[in-house]
Write a protein that binds this ligand. Structure first.
Ligand code: C2E
Ligand code: MG
Ligand code: MG
Ligand code: MG
Length: 282
């Protein structure tokens, strides 16, 4: 009987493995087509606000993909598959170009920075630096109005080749940020060796503020670490006024979260800019 259960479990395991493989292949196939036809892919933008006076200082570009059969595919899943099959390089350049093109349009009413997420294989692409500089020039966005967000895992995977690229990007004026700080292999060596401008405190540390003592301790320590090194701090995932108050009192520089604004289609973001409801400035 035990043997039979074991066997059943094994069969079920195989079936779910198989399902995962089938889904992966479907996503890969659909993504390839989406990139060729430029269909179904979009960027949404989530506004970023200065903690001190709630001035709009920028927006983070977030990938959205909706497909006829697959429905809405989350950016994390799309990026994971794209990393595995190599499509991340063209997908990443599509994101970079679209974000820079959109951001170039926003500059009429005052400077606003756009933040773009990149993944490991993008940074590993030997052409990365050159391609990004080409995109900025072609789309007419000044380098200092682009911020690139990398996770600790991306840095881990590219320590040697990546460091050179990151120094060059920084010298050319592009801002660099560590995303989801504290959730990866937080090697403090990165902070000393790489030209980072900003740490983004992961949502998981913000979630239980201000009630949970451990979250408070971690946030206080990250802010002190960042400011001690001359880096700015963004808190992501701010959902309540209590969280915002606490983060402001701790000295966070920039706030991002549903409390202020959700990610929105580019047209909506641009309409809000034109209404001029938010004061702005980098
Ligand atoms: P991330 O870079 O840390 O982006 C922030 C995520 O938190 C976004 O999820 C955003 O919608 C969500 N968020 C913002 N404020 C709140 C809040 O107050 N509450 C909650 N619960 N969530 C909030 P999203 O758009 O689903 O993206 C997930 C992740 O996918 C991103 O995390 C990023 O790692 C990755 N990603 C998204 N777009 C791209 C892209 O173009 N390229 C790459 N390589 N990765 C991307
Ligand atoms: Mg990010
Ligand atoms: Mg983040
Ligand atoms: Mg995150």
């Amino acid at each position: 009987r035990a043997k039979e259960m074991g066997k059943n479990r094994c069969v079920r395991f195989d079936a779910s493995m198989n399902q995962a493989v089938v889904r992966r292949q479907a996503i890969e196939h659909a993504l390839r087509a989406a990139l060729q036809q430029g269909e179904g892919l979009a960027l949404h933008y989530q506004p970023l606000f200065a903690a001190s006076d709630r001035t709009l200082v920028g927006a983070e570009a977030l990938l959205r993909w909706s497909h006829a059969e697959l429905g809405n595919v989350s950016p994390l899943e799309a990026v994971m598959v794209a990393e595995d099959c190599g499509l991340i390089v063209p997908l990443g350049y599509w994101v970079m170009r679209t974000a820079c093109r959109d951001a170039a349009q926003w500059q009429a009413g005052g400077p606003l920075r756009v933040s773009v997420n990149i993944s490991a294989r993008q940074l590993g692409d030997p052409q990365f630096l050159e391609r990004v500089m080409d995109i900025l020039r072609e789309e007419g966005l000044p380098a200092h109005l682009l911020e690139i967000e990398l996770t600790e895992t991306v840095l881990m995977d590219n320590m040697e080749a990546g460091a050179h690229t990151l120094h060059r990007l920084s010298q050319l004026g592009i801002h660099l940020a560590i995303d989801d700080f504290g959730t990866g292999y937080s090697s403090l060596a990165y902070l000393r060796q790489l030209p980072m401008r900003r740490l983004k405190i992961d949502r998981s540390f913000v979630k239980d503020l201000p009630g949970q003592e451990h979250s408070r301790t971690i946030v206080t320590a990250i802010v002190a670490l960042a400011h001690g090194l001359g880096l700015q701090i963004t808190a992501e995932g701010v959902e309540t006024p209590e969280q915002a108050d606490y983060l402001v009192r701790q000295g966070c520089d920039v706030l991002q979260g549903y409390l202020f604004a959700r990610p929105m289609p580019v047209g909506e973001f641009q309409a809000q800019l034109q209404e001029g409801t938010a004061r702005r400035g980098v």
